[in-house]
Design a protein around this ligand. Structure first.
Ligand SMILES: [Zn+2]
Ligand SMILES: [Zn+2]
Length: 244
């Protein structure tokens, strides 16, 4: 778990690959998900000065989430016995299946509007960074059209830690990130390049945005962009490592 005291956001990692952001300060009972890992999220750190949330997972990936940007809450999933787009029945809706003389369909949900839809009405996939979906997710046809004009610029950067992470700690003043892996290695990363590029509300002009966006793409393409500083080999259970 991690905590942003200024915005009163609580972050918690979850076993289903996502990070949940609880907006405690807003007092609206809102929460949203950040999905950028392919396996369990095992560690979270928050760089409060730069408003960057850092998540580490069993997929050996470290994600830096830009928390200066506003994200939308994920919609609640609708309950329905029929596809809310084409009206064909889902497989438990026997009566409608009889009436319409057709087989029932599997139910899916559009991640953008939350409607219960059939596979045929939700064939499209899109990333929705503004909702925390950094990967392509299922969306229904009308939402796909709407999302085409939307900005799909990533609001996070992805980095290969080259070990499955069990623990992380951030030294924000020194801009160093420590990761402990399942391989019993401790790595200390220089993350100064990542902690200096944030788009703050005040300087969100075109030039800054452009620079940061191109910077982001670069990082995503090359994946490993932060430098490994130190490398501790074999953390024995019998030896206590006095590091932090
Ligand atoms: Zn349908
Ligand atoms: Zn939709």
């Amino acid at each position: 778990m991690a905590w942003d005291s200024e915005k009163q956001l609580l972050f918690s990692g979850s076993f289903d690959q996502s990070v949940i952001v609880w907006d405690i300060g807003g007092q609206q009972g809102t929460a949203y998900e950040l999905q950028g890992h392919h396996n369990k999220v095992t560690a979270l750190c928050y760089a409060s000065l730069k408003q960057q949330l850092i998540s580490g997972g069993e997929d050996s990936v470290i994600v830096f989430w830009d928390m200066t940007v506003e994200r939308k809450e994920t919609p609640e999933w609708h309950e329905s016995d029929c596809c809310q787009r084409c009206g064909r029945p889902f497989f438990w809706n026997l009566r409608a299946m009889m009436d319409q003389r057709q087989l029932g369909l599997r139910q899916h949900h559009c991640r953008y509007c939350g409607r219960a839809v059939c596979d045929r009405c939700s064939a499209g996939r899109a990333s929705i960074p503004v909702m925390g979906f950094e990967f392509d997710v299922r969306v229904c046809d009308p939402c796909l059209t709407e999302l085409k004009d939307m900005d799909h610029t990533s609001m996070a950067t992805f980095h290969d830690a080259k070990h499955s992470i069990v623990f992380m700690d951030l030294d924000e003043p020194r801009k160093q990130l420590l990761t402990v892996g399942q391989d019993r290695l401790i790595k200390v990363w220089d993350v100064s390049a990542l902690l200096h590029c944030t788009v703050t509300q005040e300087n969100r002009d075109v030039t800054v945005l452009h620079q940061c966006n191109s910077h982001r793409k670069e990082k995503r393409a090359s994946i490993v962009s932060f430098q490994l500083l130190l490398f501790f080999v074999t953390v024995q259970e019998s030896h206590h490592t006095h590091f932090v």
